[in-house]
Ligand binder design. Structure first.
Ligand code: SF4
Ligand code: SF4
Length: 455
């Protein structure tokens, strides 16, 4: 059944099959079923379009004027004009709340789509971070936070498990500082999952470092997309390590799987089934940042829809929300929390490379134009460019998905169009598609839970 979309200003509505249309008030972050009359006066739109329709499709203008008060047009304009006092602003001021630390710039695999030049190095001969230089950097950023603030450290590489001592020293230091300053510290490591031992697991669990394992599917797929340098298969080792971590008694850290899908591998359903067989806590399915094909984009969306259906059949909302993107959108809708910045680029996130230089995105490490500082010095003139919200910066004001998407990934926009602020329309289509799927399922689950509100 094909999806129909209609829009009136901030309100977008979706209809698939014979049931009622589901509408989303994009500024109020509200989801509701609408009546057939309301649906009928909204104008056709599409997931490709970000244009707001400012008027209604009223065939008999006279009748609708007489009918005011009860008419569908009144109902719709009342909802459009209502300002939800519960909605949470997504505005953020400058303040680094998240550091991604490239603890190594070497890797034991040779992934086909690596952000770090295929060998983890970003083209730089410096292989490991200097822990001595990193600790004062962490202190510099944590000192600027106030009691109760959140701070997140993400350990990345190359392959970070090639230097577990760095995780231990940086993790212990950061936790001590966070305790002193009463900050809410979270930590995560993204690893290829090939290197695991009692010692490494102890470091992770003692410090509460959550684990994300990169794995693109079952062995016949992952051994091709994420090969060892010697080309020998490695996926069974990764799966064993995952099972071993997942079966640890009284496990205190979350274990997730992250796959990347591109022109060499778009087998999302297959990956989902495999991830399910391993049983991780949550799964992430990323469309590769440098894949630019409308056909593959559509294929990705269709398979994401299929795995959402599969998840719901298996275990309802809980299982759907193990797929991270759906969990993220459900949370935003539950909390009526707007997002005005897709990510913390230039505002709340910095990447520390193995030379302690600071960049605005994991994908721009080594690029001079995107260097935002060094050591404990910030290049404020460069950071100033990013201080508007990404919705404004990327001119997303008329898109109904703006407060869930937050202006999109600047790196993807740039890799497609050559400019961070010139949007990749495939990204927008993909994002609006996934949000529309989420809204429809959200209505389904909340309707069961709370009874329904109809506009
Ligand atoms: S980047 Fe996001 S918010 Fe901006 S137009 Fe695209 S989908 Fe909408
Ligand atoms: S620009 Fe894109 S890739 Fe870079 S940090 Fe933001 S979301 Fe991530």
């Amino acid at each position: 059944m094909s999806l129909q979309i209609r829009r009136y200003k901030d309100i977008v509505a979706f209809k698939e099959g014979p049931g009622p249309a589901i509408a989303f008030h994009s500024s109020n972050m509200e989801v509701a079923e609408i009546t057939e009359d309301v649906w009928n006066i909204m104008k056709d739109s599409s997931l490709q379009s970000s244009e707001a329709t400012p008027d209604l499709q009223i065939k008999d203008e006279k009748l609708s004027q007489q009918d005011q008060g009860q008419s569908a047009s009144q109902e719709l304009t009342d909802w459009q004009n209502f300002q939800n006092p519960e909605v949470q602003s997504g505005a953020t001021a400058f303040g680094i709340k998240s550091l991604t630390i490239n603890v190594t710039q070497i890797c034991n695999l040779h992934c086909t789509y690596c952000a770090a030049g295929g060998d983890g190095s970003f083209g730089d001969p410096m292989k490991k971070i200097s822990v001595e230089k990193t600790l004062p950097q962490i202190q510099f950023f944590m000192n600027r936070l106030k009691e109760g603030d959140r701070f997140h450290i993400s350990f990345l590489g190359g392959e970070p498990m090639l230097y577990p001592e760095a995780l231990k020293i940086i993790g212990e230091y950061s936790q001590t500082l966070a305790d002193e300053k009463k900050l809410n510290l979270t930590m995560k490591v993204t690893t290829n999952g090939t290197l695991m031992s009692d010692e490494i697991y102890k470091i992770l669990t003692d410090l509460g470092i959550n684990v994300v394992v990169s794995l693109d599917g079952p062995p016949e797929v992952n051994d091709l997309t994420r090969p060892q340098k010697n080309k020998k298969p490695i996926t069974e080792t990764v799966a064993q390590n995952l099972r071993w971590m997942l079966n640890q008694p009284h496990r205190k850290i979350s274990i997730a799987i992250h796959g990347v899908f591109n022109q060499n591998n778009m087998q999302i359903e297959k990956a989902y089934d495999y991830y399910q067989s391993l049983g991780a806590d949550w799964f992430e399915f990323t469309y590769a940042v440098d894949t630019h094909s409308s056909e593959l984009n559509q294929n990705y969306i269709s398979q994401m829809k299929k795995i959402a259906e599969k998840a719901i059949q298996k275990g309802g909302e809980a299982e759907l929300r193990k797929i991270s993107i759906f969990d993220q959108y459900f949370k935003a809708l539950d909390q009526q929390q707007r997002t005005e910045n897709h990510c913390g680029i230039g505002k709340s996130l910095l990447i520390v490379d193995a030379r302690n230089r600071l960049y605005n995105c994991p994908w721009t490490v080594g690029q001079k134009a995107d260097q935002m500082g060094e050591g404990q010095e910030l290049f404020t003139d460069k950071l100033d460019e990013y201080q508007n919200s990404l919705i404004e910066r990327n001119s997303c004001q008329s898109c109904w998905a703006r407060f869930i998407c937050g202006g999109g990934c600047s790196f993807i926009h740039q890799s497609k169009t050559g400019s961070k602020t010139n949007k990749d329309q495939d990204f927008c289509f993909r994002t609006r598609s996934l949000i529309s799927i989420s809204i429809m399922y959200y209505n389904h689950f909340r309707e069961d839970q709370y009874g329904k509100e109809t506009h």
